[in-house]
Design a protein around this ligand. Structure first.
Ligand SMILES: [Fe+2]
Length: 486
């Protein structure tokens, strides 16, 4: 089912957004308000110097609704938009593109939004309006990864959407018919074997499905894993031998949804457990380990040390996503509190597990040098909240931990500055874990200008060594990645 909807550049008609009602929607305020244009710049102005070895593309995904929302808008709802900065020979070019989901194409045909978003998700649009675009929009707005030569834009409740290198939409990809359900926005790719590991969560048992894709892109394994309750699960991990999951108290409220209650609820009685399965194992080989009741939305990395599995991430004591029903008077939005850096461990011999905090800065969007996915990493990168009462879009500080030395270094984006996710681009001529660059987006609320910034990962505190000027505002987004050329 691979539609060919890539737009040829010569015939491409830029889309135009039509959202105006920011005042009515908390998730459209400030830099969460969408932009309305698709633009290109062959040569962006650069302040500083782009490293000559930086050759590839930085692509950032995020929600950017094209039409006036027809119900209470949540940031998870917005149509996916990709912003790409392409680095070569010390220069940078830019383009942004909406992701043409089937549902967005149906709405473009109608000239208005007809999908209601999470607050009223069961209020499906009439098939007479949307044809074969389906009852729920898959906005593909959360992340973008590259595996087996395919760029895949991801949204955790739908199929991946294949994207062309110039950010055109190819169409939904179901691994040649082998993936019938959804795919997490956070698969893990082993750079040594070339395999990709992912999961989906489901409203009905089996609540967790685990998948393995080989280095050629063939989906070769599906394992149905049951759990006590249907939970929202956002990220996973791999070690040398295992895939690792977290079952936490974000429980789907299926009974309540029909009566206007929130879609998910924090239910501490569900507890929190870490689950492991041998990478190529079966359901009867799954082992679960109880840990303190908590949740991790994004993990850094995991690996094995003797009989232990080590992992880390930003730990929440409780998390609320602000997905209130359209009929509710509540409109809390997603808070900008973040999690707190924590290490978790599993002892495979004793069957015990535990956790401990290792800092007290609030943050999120945990990243490492992806060349070390599944093996020990010491350098951890985080987007930090250090100002008082931050909004959800107000990450303000690039934070780096070196767990080996115990050092913490950081760069603050300034009183009017905000940043996105820290993406590590390795130096092809380097050998140390942090030989490379951190690439991020940055926005200044006073000037209204956006940049893509490059920092030396070995020296975060000196700030950006290159600041690529983006020819339009880049709204707050979710995840980004670095795709080296070749
Ligand atoms: Fe995420």
């Amino acid at each position: 089912m691979q539609a060919t909807r890539t737009k040829e550049r010569s015939t491409y008609m830029p889309l135009a957004g039509q959202v105006t009602n920011a005042e009515d929607q908390s998730d459209l305020t400030g830099n969460m308000f969408p932009i309305g244009a698709e633009v290109e710049s062959d040569k962006c102005e650069v302040i500083g110097e782009i490293p000559a070895a930086l050759h590839g593309s930085f692509v950032r995904n995020g929600p950017n609704p094209m039409f006036e929302p027809i119900s209470k808008y949540h940031m998870f709802d917005g149509d996916g938009m990709l912003h790409g900065v392409f680095f070569a020979d010390g220069k940078a070019s830019y383009r942004n593109r909406w992701i043409h989901s089937r549902a967005l194409d149906a709405e473009i045909g109608l000239g208005r939004a007809v999908y209601p978003g999470l607050s009223d998700v069961m209020n499906f649009p009439s098939p007479e309006l949307v044809g074969d675009a389906g009852p729920i929009k898959n906005p593909a707005n959360t992340h973008i990864v590259r595996h087996a030569g395919k760029l895949l834009a991801l949204w955790e409740q739908g199929l991946p959407t294949e994207i062309s290198p110039d950010l055109g939409t190819v169409g939904e990809w179901n691994f040649g018919g082998k993936l019938e359900g959804a795919m997490t926005a956070h698969p893990r790719i082993d750079p040594r074997t070339g395999e990709m590991f992912f999961f989906s969560y489901n409203f009905f048992a089996p609540y967790l499905k685990y998948y393995v894709v080989d280095a050629t892109g063939a989906l070769i394994r599906q394992v149905d894993i049951d759990m006590p309750a249907p939970v929202m699960m956002h990220d996973m991990l791999i070690t040398e031998d295992y895939a690792v999951f977290m079952d936490s108290p974000i429980v789907f409220n299926l009974e309540g949804m029909a009566t206007g209650e929130p879609m998910v609820q924090w239910r501490p009685d569900n507890g929190t457990r870490l689950g492991i399965i041998p990478r190529h194992g079966s359901a009867d080989e799954v082992r679960w380990f109880d840990v303190d009741t908590s949740h991790v939305q994004h993990f850094w990395n995991a690996w094995q040390e003797g009989n232990r599995i080590e992992l880390s991430g930003c730990r929440f004591e409780q998390i609320e996503f602000g997905i209130e029903a359209a009929s509710s008077d509540v409109d809390s939005g997603v808070g900008g509190v973040g999690g707190v850096p924590a290490r978790y461990w599993i002892d495979l011999d004793t069957g015990r597990a535990g956790s401990e905090f290792f800092d007290d800065i609030n943050g999120e969007f945990c990243r490492v040098n992806d060349d070390l996915t599944g093996v020990r990493t010491d350098c951890l990168y985080m987007s930090g909240f250090t100002r008082d009462n931050p909004g959800a879009a107000d990450f303000d500080t690039v934070v780096k931990y070196n767990r080996k030395t115990g050092d913490r270094s950081r760069w603050y984006a300034g009183a009017n500055g905000s940043i996105g996710e820290n993406v590590f681009a390795p130096d092809p001529n380097g050998s140390a874990e942090d030989d490379g660059w951190i690439i991020n987006s940055a926005h200044n609320s006073e000037s209204g200008l956006s940049e893509v910034i490059v920092l030396d990962a070995r020296d975060i505190e000196s700030g950006p060594i290159a600041r690529v000027q983006i020819p339009q505002r880049m709204p707050f987004g979710f995840h980004a990645n670095w795709f080296p050329a070749n």
